[in-house]
Design a protein around this ligand. Structure first.
Ligand code: 5GP
Length: 118
């Protein structure tokens, strides 16, 4: 755990089973679930189980595992919704628009054109 990590954030609670989520994939290092306020149908989130706030805090193992899970989830969502293309979005720090201080990838089917920045 890094020094700044806020252990009571909502994704930490989801990981501990203290808050609900619509889970779509889980392995030893990652969890994927649907975004509670989707920007588009099929908007999913991929998070590491590691207590990491930003991309700079990820271990090599967590970084690789997140990428592998993003690949799986992105392809699955494309197939499920019959769309082509996936937008992967990721914010680091308040100034960049990060609102939940636990590292996450947004996996959003199709194009981001016409959507707000986050
Ligand atoms: P950020 O702005 O930090 O890049 O994105 C945070 C994302 O987490 C937002 O898209 C927001 O809708 C989502 N989110 C916030 N709280 C919850 C929650 O309790 N459950 C789920 N599934 N998503 C959440």
């Amino acid at each position: 755990m890094n020094d700044q990590y806020q252990a009571n954030n909502i994704f930490a609670k989801i990981l501990k089973g203290e808050a609900p989520c619509i889970k779509i994939f889980e392995d030893d290092y990652t969890l994927a679930f649907m975004d509670i306020m989707p920007q588009k149908e099929g908007h999913a989130l991929v998070i590491p189980k590691q207590a990491a706030t930003t991309i700079y805090d990820l271990t090599d193992q967590a970084a690789l595992a997140c990428m592998k899970t993003v690949q799986k989830v992105g392809k699955a969502v494309e197939q499920a919704l019959n769309v082509q293309g996936t937008s992967i979005v990721q914010h680091n720090g308040n100034a960049a628009g990060q609102t939940v201080p636990h590292f996450h990838f947004h996996v959003i089917p199709g194009s981001l054109h016409g959507l707000k920045a986050h």
